[in-house]
Design a protein around this ligand. Structure first.
Ligand code: HEM
Ligand SMILES: *[C@@H]1O[C@H](CO)[C@@H](O)[C@H](O)[C@H]1NC(C)=O
Ligand SMILES: *[C@@H]1O[C@H](CO)[C@@H](O)[C@H](O)[C@H]1NC(C)=O
Length: 492
């Protein structure tokens, strides 16, 4: 045997062996396209439109199938039935955060988004409780969002009705709401620290949603060789954390245990309680605090601001919808006071419009990855403990039976024949089950108060004819982002 024959023979054996191992290893996993050795199904997936790729696969393999992202299998759930069966009916088993090597590397298992097990439960429970307590406090979260809504309007007024790209201003408002919850005060939109914080956060979101990073996540071995991007993320996070640690120090010095002002105060009080009860096995350290706070910024800023920006674009495209919403605002709120959350139940059309924005834009089409906490029998398959589970929220939000003409923007999807608001179990932009977005209540409050306050004060004017406005998202990897556009805010 000469060398070439030997190599060809040897290589063929390797391929066969790896195919055989994958076949036998996945005996009980759902069916799926045949993976290549090492790279799995990577070449069969369009990284620029993962969601559509999953839909295409589901047409061949059904609502539950297996994809190999690199060496490891991931179970994909497509359509309401499968997603609901996993996230809601088997909530506990499907509550693990799926492998997100870049995230794990950065957060070291701390915080909320990438943590698991006891730590995750503890810090998630603490965060939800604190948000609830702050919501009912002397200065409630609603007050904070209303205050920010007025500042947003003042900032928009400064554009003097000239054409502007709303990205920056709409990015400031949700970031400031998180600032107000975490460290009690908001910032001027020109404040240096604030701009710095936003810049670092935005850069990280950009990197995290790039196809290149999806690739790194599928091949953790190469993370250390990824040219720079995850290192930039880590550098930005270090910067954010050192800023936060400074803020935490200030809070420690001015802490009044009987009168917590914000998220940091609640955490410091919890630290004290835990230290006094030393048999508690979960530590509350300052590192956990800064990671958790960073998670809240990361999860709560760009998501909300992108939704707001997309909402205005859709309102420009559909002026008859905007007119109806403004008529409702005039009737229920008037011009002389700020909209508040109580108004929402009297404003079914506006409520339906906001639901429809979230449904239509499908912000996080393939959700964040989940994993199973133990071996799970699911339908006729056996999913081994730790397997990544990808749920297509897109397939639920764009279900054509629940929402006729799902690709059309129509608030009627959430209204009954009498114009009353109509709930839908398919409304899952925040996911569902135990991992459901921890900021859902806050996000929905922000969307309602910001949009109604802006529409109460301004006529939106497009620079082009509505029929020429393109509303197709430009990135469809991790998040859907609207195409760049300009508009004028004409004060009433
Ligand atoms: C329109 C705005 C928002 C959308 C569409 C959204 C959507 C989501 C989605 C899809 C997830 C993943 C859920 C899962 O793994 O099943 C998530 C997680 C999360 N979100 Fe949001 N979110 C929004 C705003 C916010 C805000 C304002 C906050 C701030 C408090 C926030 C905090 C979180 C946190 C902490 C997690 C991680 C939860 C966990 O892993 O246990 N989100 N969000
Ligand atoms: C999905 O399938 C359609 C039609 O078969 C094809 O045109 C499209 O390119 C596919 N999309 C992706 C992302 O694979
Ligand atoms: C906080 O971090 C430490 C390690 O730094 C860890 O042992 C502990 O479990 C964490 N606590 C929580 C509540 O996440």
């Amino acid at each position: 045997m000469d060398l070439v024959t030997f190599l060809v023979f040897g290589f063929s054996c390797l391929i066969l062996l790896s195919l055989w191992r994958q076949k036998s290893g996945r005996g009980k996993l759902p069916p799926g396209p045949t993976p290549l050795p090492i790279i799995g199904n990577f070449l069969q997936i369009d990284v620029k439109d993962i969601s559509q790729s999953l839909t295409n696969f589901s047409k061949v393999y059904g609502p539950v199938f297996t994809l190999y992202l690199g060496l490891k299998p991931a179970v994909v759930l497509h359509g309401y039935e499968a997603v609901k069966e996993a996230l809601i009916d088997h909530a506990e088993e499907f509550a693990e955060r799926g492998s997100f090597p870049v995230g794990e590397k950065i957060n070291k298992g701390l915080g909320i988004i990438f943590s698991n097990g006891k730590r995750w439960k503890e810090i998630r429970r603490f965060s939800l409780m604190t948000l609830r307590n702050l919501g009912m406090g002397k200065r409630s979260i609603e007050d904070r969002v209303q205050e920010e809504a007025q500042c947003l309007v003042e900032e928009l007024r400064k554009t003097n009705g000239a054409p502007c790209d709303p990205t920056f201003i709409l990015g400031c408002a949700p970031c400031n709401v998180i600032c107000s919850i975490i460290f009690q005060n908001r910032f001027d939109y020109k404040d240096k620290d604030f701009l710095n914080l936003m810049e670092k956060l935005n850069e990280n979101v950009k990197i995290l949603s790039s196809p290149w990073l999806q690739f790194c996540n599928s091949f953790p071995i190469i993370i250390d060789y990824c040219p720079g991007s995850h290192k930039t993320i880590a550098k930005n996070l270090d910067h954010i954390k050192s800023y936060l640690l400074g803020k935490i120090k200030e809070h420690q010095e001015s802490l009044d245990v009987t009168n917590p002002r914000d998220f940091i105060d609640y955490y410091l009080i919890k630290c004290k309680q835990v230290n006094e009860k030393p048999n508690e096995h979960l530590e509350f350290t300052l590192e956990n605090l800064s990671t958790t706070v960073t998670d809240l910024f990361a999860a709560g800023t760009e998501t909300t601001s992108t939704t707001l920006r997309y909402a205005l674009l859709l309102l420009l495209k559909h002026p008859h919808v905007t007119a109806k919403v403004q008529e409702e605002i005039d009737r229920v709120v008037g011009r002389h006071r700020s909209p508040c959350m109580q108004d929402r139940s009297h404003m079914p059309y506006t409520d339906a419009m906001i639901h429809e924005v979230q449904r239509f834009i499908d912000l996080i089409p393939t959700n964040l990855p989940h994993a199973v906490t133990c071996d799970v029998k699911f339908r006729n398959y056996l999913i081994p403990k730790g397997t990544t589970v990808i749920t297509s929220l897109s397939s639920v939000l764009h279900d054509s039976k629940e929402f006729p003409n799902p690709e059309t923007f129509d608030p009627g999807h959430f209204l009954d024949g009498n114009g009353n608001f109509k709930k839908s179990d398919y409304f899952m932009p925040f996911s569902a089950g135990k991992r459901i977005c921890a900021g859902e209540g806050l996000a929905r409050m922000e969307l309602f108060l910001f949009l109604t306050t802006v529409l109460q004060n301004f006529q939106l004017k497009s620079l082009v004819h509505p029929k020429d406005i393109n509303t197709t998202p430009i990135v469809n990897g991790f998040a859907s982002v609207p195409p760049p556009y300009q508009l004028c805010f004409i004060p009433f």
